[in-house]
Write a protein that binds this ligand. Structure first.
Ligand SMILES: Cc1cc2nc3c(=O)[nH]c(=O)nc-3n(C[C@H](O)[C@H](O)[C@H](O)COP(=O)(O)OP(=O)(O)OC[C@H]3O[C@@H](n4cnc5c(N)ncnc54)[C@H](O)[C@@H]3O)c2cc1C
Length: 557
């Protein structure tokens, strides 16, 4: 067992975090200065991609470190040994990772040896890392989690804990018994899950009260949204946590740009899961580069005709309302200003392929793409053959023509935060499975959980899970206060990567059984892999959203 925790350990961690944060901010300033001297800031930063990418992840690690240390302080510091043990192990691990990232890029941005050593070779930092990453400390962290049966207590306000408990019941009683079959047999989410989610009010979370939802009028309750999403994703990422992302994006786009008649017509139904929604932005030739969308919208009598192809439209079969981004201005110079958003109504189907013939002569056909995981909603390739959309279904009305790109982006910020919450739910499921298996499985005469290596893994993984949760809750609060757009991208990047690692290690703890479809941990592993691809692919989000913002606000050095 490790020694008692010194009373000032968290303060030391917080002081190191602040120094590292300042160091990283200065690194952003150096990068900006380097780019400006090369006259390249206007050229899309493409020569600075590697440095930007590493600095973005270093910034994300420092955000997570701060969230975790703040959490331990709020729990009572050394009076809360489990939470503080986890926070200190996590902080030390984050420092090592940040150091490694800076190591890789420091020459490119002119951080000299003296500056580097003053930060990373300082006795206090080295001692902190050695102490809190010591094998005995990590193994003690794992033991404490197993003994407590959790990775630290929840500091969520009471109303959110009540919401979480209600969702946990739905997860355990309705979702979990069906989740494995949905995955293995590639089924469409059964109605019993969708109605349980709708009855709980989960589709109403992003809809303001005046439209029959539960979000405050004139604001959002992002914390409720992430708590619910995390709980449901614990049962199934695809079949329970993710159906919520679509109304979230759709509602934000409608609230940001829909006219009064559209908001009144659609939002109350969306709040009840009637209609179910899908979002169609990605095309076969463009995903990350949303501004390059080509699906053609041509004005016709009483509305618009859509022609072209879309892909990866998740839930397009079951959905009765699809938000479609299309090009209303064919002039290539119009770029992202030539895009508009449409609300396309269609019948629902459980099938993996469909063809919908409209009375006006248009045909929409769709085919589900076979995938490694994330099964239940199915993601479809769509073909639009003269598909008719009435004039009143262009989001925002005729005057909003050309605003589709901005409205899509307005929808995405909430989707990113929610994806971090989805990652947290998946991590919890995988962690619990690994902890259970480690206790039950005997190797060389004793349970896996009695070995130092397993305990140390469980210690750091548990710390990483708690850090992702706390960072997600923190960003939700920021967004509730009208801030946190950039942080939503950071937490999405960070938690999705962490989920990949945790599910990998959880599968590894299961040995051969982890690779079998007989254990849910193999589902968690394949499901986790998609998180860094959708809702902003990792590289795009890092380079085009976070790095841009960081460079724009950095002081040039
Ligand atoms: C299971 C699943 C469900 C999905 N659901 C939906 C949905 O419901 N609706 C919808 O519209 N879309 C959906 N998508 C699509 C998803 O949003 C896109 O896959 C994503 O935006 C990436 O686009 P892409 O696949 O075209 O990759 P590309 O844009 O071709 O990118 C390929 C790779 O290059 C990287 N990259 C991109 N730009 C750069 C750059 N400048 N420099 C270096 N690297 C770069 C990307 O990060 C990625 O790793 C879904 C995808 C999946 C897999």
């Amino acid at each position: 067992m490790s020694n008692p925790i010194p009373h000032d350990a968290l303060d030391r961690g917080l002081a190191l975090q602040a120094r590292l944060d300042a160091f990283c901010e200065a690194a952003w300033g150096r990068l900006r200065g380097t780019i400006e001297r090369q006259g390249a800031l206007a050229n899309g930063l493409d020569d600075a991609q590697v440095v930007s990418y590493e600095l973005v992840f270093a910034s994300a690690e420092l955000h997570a470190m701060r969230a975790m240390l703040d959490y331990a302080v709020a729990c009572g510091g050394s009076a809360a040994p489990l939470e503080t043990t986890l926070a200190l192990a996590f902080a030390a691990d984050a420092i090592v990772k940040v150091r490694h990232r800076i190591d890789k890029v420091r020459h490119a941005i002119g951080i000299d040896s003296a500056g580097y050593c003053a930060m990373f070779e300082a006795g206090e930092l080295l001692e902190f890392c050695q102490h809190w990453l010591a094998p005995a400390h990590l193994a003690a962290a794992g033991s404490q989690i197993l003994a407590a049966g959790n990775g630290g207590r929840s500091l969520l306000p009471e109303d959110k804990q009540i919401i979480a408990a209600s969702c946990a019941r739905v997860t355990e009683e309705v979702v979990a018994p069906l989740a494995e079959r949905i995955h293995r047999e590639d089924l469409t989410i059964p109605d019993e899950i969708l109605s349980a989610i709708a009855d709980m009010g989960c589709f109403a979370l992003s809809i303001p009260e005046r439209f029959g939802g539960t979000a405050p009028d004139g604001g959002h309750d992002n914390l409720a949204m992430v708590v619910v999403t995390e709980e449901l994703s614990r049962g199934s990422l695809a079949a329970a946590g993710s159906p919520l992302t679509r109304p979230e994006i759709m509602a934000r786009a409608l609230l940001a740009g829909g006219d009064a008649a559209q908001q009144a017509r659609w939002l109350p139904g969306i709040a009840q899961g009637k209609p179910l929604c899908a979002i169609s932005v990605t095309e076969p030739d463009c995903g990350s580069d949303v501004a390059a969308v080509r699906l053609k919208a041509t004005q016709t009598d009483g509305g618009w005709r859509l022609n072209g192809a879309k892909t990866w439209c998740t839930f397009a079969g079951k959905a009765e309302l699809v938000l479609v981004l299309a090009r209303t201005n064919a002039d290539p110079a119009a770029g992202h200003r030539g895009l508009s958003l449409f609300l396309l109504e269609k019948p629902a189907t459980d099938d993996h392929a469909f063809e919908f013939r409209q009375p006006q002569g248009g045909v929409l056909s769709g085919k589900a793409i076979p995938t490694l995981g994330y099964r239940g909603m199915h993601s479809f390739t769509l073909f639009f053959d003269n598909v008719f959309v009435p004039a009143e279904n262009i989001v925002g009305g005729p005057q909003a023509e050309g605003k589709g790109f901005y409205l899509t982006m307005a929808g995405f910020a909430g989707g990113r935060l929610q994806t971090a919450a989805r990652a947290c739910g998946l991590m919890r499921a995988a962690y619990d499975a690994a902890a259970r298996y480690a206790r039950e499985r005997k190797v060389f005469g004793k349970p896996l959980a009695d070995y130092q290596l397993t305990l140390a893994k469980l210690g750091l993984l548990g710390a990483s899970l708690r850090a992702c949760q706390e960072m997600t809750y923190h960003v939700a609060r920021l967004m509730d206060a009208g801030q946190g757009q950039m942080e939503a991208s950071l937490v999405k990047l960070y938690a999705c990567r962490a989920a990949e690692h945790l599910t990998r290690e959880a599968l590894q703890i299961h040995g051969g059984m982890g690779y079998s479809e007989e254990t849910p941990v193999s589902r968690y592993f394949v499901d986790a892999r998609v998180l860094s691809i959708f809702e902003g692919a990792e590289e795009t989000l890092a380079l085009k959203v976070v790095a841009r913002e960081k460079l724009a606000t950095a002081r040039s050095l």
